[in-house]
Every structure is written in structure tokens, then in C-alpha cells.
Design a protein around this ligand. Sequence first.
Ligand code: PLP
Length: 410
Amino acid sequence: MPTSTKSPLTQYTFAELRRRRSVKWTEFPPDVLPMRIAEMDTPLDGPIADALIRAVADGDTGYATPGRLRELFAAFAGRLYGWHPHAQAMRLAPDVMSGVVEVLRVTTAPGDAVVVNTPGYPPYFTQFGRIGLRVVSSPLLPGPVGYRLDLDHLEHVFAAGAKAFLFCNPHNPTGTVFTPEELVAVAELAERHDVQVVADEILAPLVHPGPRRHVPFPSLDRPAAARSIGLVSASKAWNLAGLKAALIVPGPDAGATVAATDDELAEAAGLFGVLASEAAFADGKPWLDELLSALDANRRLLADEVARRLPRVRHQSPDAGFTAWLDFRGLGLPEDPAARLLRTAKVGVSSGLRFGPPLRPGETAPGDGFVRLNFATRPDLVVEAVERIAAALPPVDEAEGQRRSNRPRT
Ligand SMILES: Cc1ncc(COP(=O)(O)O)c(C=O)c1O
């Protein structure tokens, strides 16, 4: 049962979390600390739980309608970002990825290219083949602080004839919140090369304290932004992924494009997803603030623990979200670090290899040597994960020896 302290990340004991039936807590054997899939170890926000309990009590378990979700999201976006999307022009979808696929289907033709940044959310590289799209990578540039867009490369792939840019804003897996200048530059490039921008903004409510603010791409005062289409959902920020509701949100000039999407997509949404998301956008801000302060504390804890116990692992704290993109290349491990951590540390993380293919044949994949670790869990489990990893990695001398023996002989 949830305890009385405020942090949503300390409400359940490890044994209680172990009882969960979701992917996170069932995909690995019980001796593995699960830190792969992007679910959070939180209880439901009170108003969300109340809405779902009411529906269960009423036997209200039929098909979904959008209800008040679109209006409530528009009001939320106005309060948080000063963005006032047109509620009636939005469409309901079961989840962000099916919304992205449908929007790309109506804005491109088979054989067209869609650009995504790498490293990128793994389904971006697997789900568009079924609508005949080619995925073209555009790498992010690592900087001294965080990552940034490679605008020259983006221009290069736009000029080469790309039809769409799937812009992950904020970005998974690096947690980057892009600057307003970067967003304007994207809009200007898209305008110049007639590229349709589709903005995946699922992480938008999860921006941490700091200088960066989320700017919804469709809210920018630029023609390419006005005809862009956003995908939003309460599913990451309030941990509702299994309930199935998301919204397709057109910029001011994209209403007709969104109206051309298949309205049967809405029928795959779940009524519990709609009810929970309505409660999240209407009444979920106090809980979100508590969550953000707990995630911020965990993000700092992880950074400190990594710096202290894993000095050869490089890590830039994310501006948004609850995953850390950890660079193990300095260890020179002879295998994928995620496989190594699962086998020897018993910590389950995402392999960086899944976050996009090599840019050119013969190069390494953009996430080669990286892992993504989900830190939306109890702080003691964050510490335990780093301890387990540190104990399972080779001491510095051994890693140095492995690196030397892996060097190609000339
Ligand atoms: C950037 C991004 N887009 C989309 C998704 C998937 O969202 P959905 O389950 O609504 O398709 C995720 C899930 O973590 C994500 O991080």
C-alpha cells in the first residue's frame, strides 16, 4: 500500500513493486533489477484513481469517446506553455506511436523518406516500413552540456528530398530540451525544403527545473510550425501507458491534414485512457510537481553515484524525462554493455544498439557502447543499480587490457 511520504517514487516497497503485472516488472527474472522500459514505479495520482474507480463502480467499461479530453488538454497546454491548440481539430488515438504512423501515412507516399534524429526512440526505426517509408538518420551532436541538433546535417537530408521530419521534442533517449533558437531553425529549414514536421511531444510535461523550457513545436510563429502536427499524451508523465489514449494535435494550419487521418483510429483508444488523461490534464498538476521534484532528486542522485562509483562511464543529466543515456565506451568492453550488465550485474537496461542503425555502412551504430537506464524508481534502487554495475565491471587495468587486445591489428 502507498505510504504517507510525499514522493511518488517511495510509495511502494520493492516487494509490492514485484507484484506488478506490467512489462517492467515481468520482463526479467526476479534476480534482475528492471530499469529498461519507460514505466514509473509510482502510485496513480488521486484524481486519476478516483476517475477509474468511479468507472469501475459504474461498470463504465465500454468503448471510448474523446469526452472532454481535447478541451482539457487545450486548457493544460495554455496554462503550461501558453499554447492554445484548437480543441475540436484534435483527434483521439490509442497511443503516440499509432498516431505518428497515421499522420505520416497521410502526409507522405510510399518510398518517401522520414528523418529522425539519432540516437532515437527504437520504434522510430521499426514501425514505418509498413507504410513504405524510408527512415533517414540525422545525428544529434554531443556538446559539453547536453546534446544539440546538427542543423547542417538536417539541412542536408531535407535538401536531399525528405518529406517529413519526426521531431522528438523533448528528446528520447538523451532527455534534451531543445532551445527556442533550434526550434525556429528547424521550422525555417522545413519551410525552405517543404518538409512536414511531426512533433512527438510525449515527454513535454516532464521537463526538470533548470534553464530549459518546453516549447511546443506547433506553437511557433512560423509557417512550417503552423502546418506541423503534434502528438501528445498523459501516458509518460502520469504512468498511464497501459490505458491507451493520446491526441493528434494540429498546428493552426494543419487541421485539414489531421481531418484526413483515419477516424477509426480513435476506436482503438481505451475509455480508461481517456478518463485517466482527462483527470491528469484537469487536476494532475500538483502530483506532477511532486513527481518532478522526486525525479529531479533521482537524476542528481544517479549523476553523483555514477561519478563516484563509475568514473569511466560518461553521463549528461537529462533536461527532461526519466531515462539516463550512459556512455560506457570508455570501458572498452568487448560486448554490448547492456548484455554485460544483464548477465553479470543483474540490471536490465536498454541496449544503445536499438536506438538507430549506423549512419553509413561500416560505421558503428549511434548508440553503440551506450545504455539507457530508467531512474523513475525508489532512490535506494537507483543506488543499488549503480552498486551492482560497479561491482560487475572489470577493474580499470582489465578494461585497459581488453581495449588493447580489441584494437585492430595493422
Ligand atoms: C519519445 C516517445 N515517443 C513515443 C513513446 C511511446 O508512446 P505510446 O506508448 O503512447 O505509443 C515513448 C515511450 O516511451 C517515447 O518515449
